[in-house]
Design a protein around this ligand. Sequence first.
Ligand code: MRU
Length: 371
Amino acid sequence: MRVNDRHYRTVWHIDTDPETIWIIDQRHLPFEFVEEPLRNVVDVAEAISDMHVRGAGCIGATAGYGMYLAVAEALRKDEFDVSLHASSKLLINTRPTAVNLAWAVETQLEAISKTQDLKEKKNIALQTAKRIANEDVEACAAIGQNGLPLIKQIAKKKSGEVVNILTHCNAGWLAFVDYGSATAPIYAAHDSGIPVHVWVDETRPRNQGARLTAWELAGHGVPHTVISDNAGGFLMQTGQVDLVITGTDRTTHTGDVANKIGTYLKALAAFDNDVPFYVALPSSTFDWQIKDGLRQVPIEQRCSCEVTQISGLVGNKEQTVQIIPDGSPAANPAFDITPGRLITGLITERGICRSSEKGIRSLFPERFNAA
Ligand code: MRU
């Protein structure tokens, strides 16, 4: 997407500076736009765990490039395999919930194992990192085209009146390499002239909606309004939401969706009010192994400081303030599980399906045949 008249991805590599990976350091948005170089595996691991980059596709692609730096580092060590193994563990352990991270590391390990020539391993790792990033971009672009008819149909039913779409957290281009998942159909609709308006859940505690989704939509000229997380139910009851689209960090092949905390409550409200509730994802976000989201998806428990404090702009400087009494404990589960029965459909790069084993099988039969 464009920022200051330049096309950006969230993570990139420049061939003339071969052992550096570049990212947008998302911690500073929307107040400052900062590009950050990552020069080794520890830099990459810190960037993921401290959320300089975040969002399932983006951390997957960043980990993919991290594995390329891991191979470069391992080549300088006596024990190539020991070093590579330690780096892959370091990267996989940075964040537990989004499955794209482990998927990208495993994709790299498999690709790298195809040759015994150590120098060739480095070349393969770079090509694989680029492929992971490019496939993420292609999948998100396809999700945009596959989700577009949903918005078109609603616009037609409303005789061209504005289509109101609610989204949670940031499943925009910042959460991927480009386009985003939940936002891709919205950008496609806006670009094709359909009048859309987005209700942006602020998404406490880290406010990825208020900080990142609002910044993204504003940058693309998409009309939007930031709302408190608690407003969505009322807006649905009063007919002000035509469609909900969220992203996901991991979806079981049986259709349970792990996404940013608060998604489940939005799905319940949508179900009760007959508002279509879609989840958009590239196939790299499916977990083909596990069946039971609630019992088997590891839910990240983040620092309680994200609940006890809040950050914002004071004058022209970002500051953090405490918002609860001294000594009150706080808890911070970062993701929740929405069962497939509350979801109208999944929007994937191959099309739309029900959020059930049968529905997912209809789009990705080869995954089930292999199991
Ligand atoms: O904690 P984050 O910001 O990495 O969480 C990811 C998210 O932004 C959302 O849950 C998103 O909908 C899924 S990632 C495409």
